[in-house]
Design a protein around this ligand. Sequence first.
Ligand code: FMN
Length: 351
Amino acid sequence: MYENLLRPILFKLPPEKAQSFADFFLKRQLIWEVYHSFLKTSDPRLQISYTNNQNLPSPLGFAAGYDKDCEFLTSLLLLGFGYVIGGTIVNSPRYGNEKPRIARNIKEESLINALGFPSKGKTYVTNLLEKYQKTLPKRSNLGKIMLSISGLDHEDLLSCHSDIQPYTDFLEINISSPNTSNIKIFQEQDNLSKLLNSLNKQKPLFLKLAPYTSNEEKELVFSLIKTAISCGIDGFTISNTKPTTDERLAVGKGGMSGKPLLTQTIQMIKEIRSEFGYEFLINGCGGISNAYDLLSVLDAGANTGQLLTSFIYKGPNVANNINRTLIQLIEKTGSENITELVQEYPNLDKL
Ligand SMILES: Cc1cc2nc3c(=O)[nH]c(=O)nc-3n(C[C@H](O)[C@H](O)[C@H](O)COP(=O)(O)O)c2cc1C
């Protein structure tokens, strides 16, 4: 229904207007409570063990950047995601870049965005999360919350980290958005190590890295991974949007997301595992739009896979569809659970 009926209507609107319209419904949590009560995909066979002895009900996460101010995280969890990332949150309210700042490439199911961290700021978000925490006992069967933070300098990020940390299960630091030039300071090894060593780390911490397309960029990403490992990081999100130019955007350039990224995401995960081994977690992100994409990312060495753009192209049922297909594949292959299914992945098309 979404792809044939709702999406054509939504896509008549400019992307940010379409999102505001969709958000209106996502803020109506009762709709999603009812939706969730009809889902048949909450299944222990999809559960994975993550960091800090926490389990996730599914290896599928909702990537950072959709619910920037954490206004409907529970609704997103009710859609069937194993975890949902709120943010990226920054210290003080920001408008971001001039509009238009999102463009669609419908045929290839991708987006180019140059949002530049619009945010209502951490105080707005922590007030909302305070209320969310009071409902936690009721939500024990849902996925977990991860919050994405960033900052324009060292002090900014430290302050955001310490204020946000109490409200989340996991944290992701975004040092890789192509649309906010200041955060590039954290892509220097010394600055990154200074930052990671000064954090008062009480919650598992992930670093979201940029994609690489040349040997030089790969060396930079590998050097940051090495630094972050030596500072005790729990894992990495591989990766963010891919820088590109686009004249439809007011600033003329942005980051590409969606289907075209999948091959690159898989390749990066394989190369990182081959270089650094398995001692940390990886969240694969970029181009996942169905269960087979997710399996290919897990097979490459990721522990979870995250999506964002396919939520916009495929609609609110995307997580439910992916979970349901995974369960069908578990049954078809005679696997015990998702971990065994991933081992079966290379033989799947022979079945
Ligand atoms: C509109 C939009 C906004 C985004 N905002 C953020 C953000 O605030 N923080 C972040 O870490 N990533 C952000 N991203 C990147 C996504 O989290 C993700 O890394 C990227 O879209 C690739 O995944 P996908 O192909 O499944 O969309 C954004 C992506 C899009 C499309």
